[in-house]
Design a protein around this ligand. Structure first.
Ligand code: MLT
Length: 408
């Protein structure tokens, strides 16, 4: 008899963004004349930067001729992209990351979800609340948690991000083995100080723990003196893996390209306490289960770092951040408390009611989609997230409709 992985039965019935998509579809079917503005899922709306498009086309042409055609590439990514990333994202910020420590992949969602596979199921994990649901769900699937009770899975140490701690999770007072951090944060948009991040690195080193640091939104940090990579913190190479993505940086949500950094010093331990290289284990897993990102996509990603690519990405991001400013201004005017939106495309707003209530109200009365905070954890039950990924015109219209819906 074929049997299922019963840990899947502990999960909520569907993934957050799938549930929201279904609600939107139902609304559209019932209200075909209503035009919906989506400020829910953080999906790029601006076209790819022209420098990326040009590189993409050129690489497709190479694939069209026998002499320049490429078959399987290196699973870890082509050296041209890994070296460009190491130089631009890390060496330029005095963060030590070597090209062969960078693993190119098709998404930070997959990498943040898959990385736990190379770790024991018998470890203590600390996960922020609210949080990007992928971190929790993939640990549930792997069997690291007990069942869910009152919205929380047993055996997870939840790191609460609330107005009381300025939405920055505090270091737990009990030892944990695996810690998920995301800054600028999804969903709250909060950012971390260098000192606070150094505190986490210090904790991880003292406890032989591992930090999985999701930096998918670093490109939205507007103050260059703020920490962008965990490897800007001394000692982080021993205890941290970092995830990056071209999805939000360069509009690659549909194109798919990301990378994970696993420094060679980063160790994890077997039952007898002997150290093993996570780089070697991840390399083994990655090359067994993944066949690499397509050559044209990697060439398009490389173009993100060209002079034109950098300028064009900065201009696109500035447009999204102007939307975030617009959302913050509206929330100020409406008297809603919020965090985020300064160095992040997300604004995390105190809903003053249950988050699904406000979601339904905004959808039905304003035709605007937000993300209900409850989908990110119990600490989100009274917040909603508005995403700045849309056109300036749509954000302007959405703000006017929200104002009217909220009775102002
Ligand atoms: C989000 O809206 O939280 C993200 O777009 C989801 C993702 O990156 O997978």
């Amino acid at each position: 008899m074929i049997r299922i992985n019963e840990h899947y039965l502990k999960l909520q019935t569907s993934y957050l963004f799938a549930t929201i998509a279904q609600k939107i579809n139902e609304f559209s079917e019932n209200n075909p004349e209503r035009e919906i503005i989506r400020l829910g899922i953080g999906d790029a709306t601006r076209a790819l930067p022209p420098a990326c498009v040009e590189a993409f086309h050129k690489a497709v042409d190479e694939m069209a001729a026998d002499g320049t055609f490429r078959g399987y590439g290196p699973e870890q990514g082509y050296p041209f992209l890994r070296e460009t990333i190491a130089r631009n994202d890390f060496a330029a910020r005095n963060a030590e990351v070597n090209a062969d420590e960078i693993f190119i992949s098709d998404g930070a969602k997959c990498d943040t979800g898959n990385f736990q596979e190379i770790l024991s199921t018998d470890i203590t994990i600390a996960i922020p609340d609210p949080v990007y649901p992928v971190y929790v769900d993939t640990n549930v699937m792997a069997g690291r948690t007990g069942p869910i009770r009152d919205g929380r899975f047993e055996n997870i140490v939840y790191l609460e991000s609330t107005p009381e701690n300025d939405f920055i999770p505090q270091i737990p007072d009990t030892p944990v083995d695996l810690i998920y951090l995301c800054f600028p944060n999804n969903p709250t948009g909060a950012t971390v100080t260098r000192e606070a991040l150094a505190g986490w690195v210090d904790y991880a080193r003292r406890n032989k723990a591992l930090i999985l640091f999701d930096a998918a939104y670093e490109a939205f940090i507007r103050d260059d003196s703020m920490v962008k990579s965990i490897y800007e913190i001394p000692g982080a190479r021993e205890v941290a893996v970092e995830f990056r993505s071209f999805s939000k940086t360069a509009g690659f949500t549909g194109t798919r390209c990301a990378f994970t950094v696993v420094p060679k010093e980063c160790m994890a331990y077997d039952a007898s306490g002997s150290a093993h290289s996570l780089h070697a284990l991840w390399n083994r897993r990655h090359s067994t289960k993944f066949n690499g990102v397509s050559y044209p996509v990697q060439r398009a990603a490389e173009a993100v770092y060209s002079e034109a690519g950098k300028r064009q990405c900065a201009e696109i991001i500035a447009g999204y951040m102007a939307n975030a400013d617009r959302i913050r201004k509206e929330m100020d005017a409406l008297g809603y408390d919020y965090v985020g939106g300064k160095h992040s495309p997300y604004v995390w707003i105190d809903a003053k009611t249950d988050s699904w209530n406000l979601f339904d109200m905004l959808l039905n009365k304003a035709g605007v989609v937000c993300t209900p905070g409850a989908g990110f954890g119990t600490c989100g039950t009274r917040h909603i997230r508005l995403s700045a990924f849309n056109s300036a015109e749509n954000v302007e219209t959405a703000m006017a409709r929200i104002r009217e819906a909220l009775g102002h």
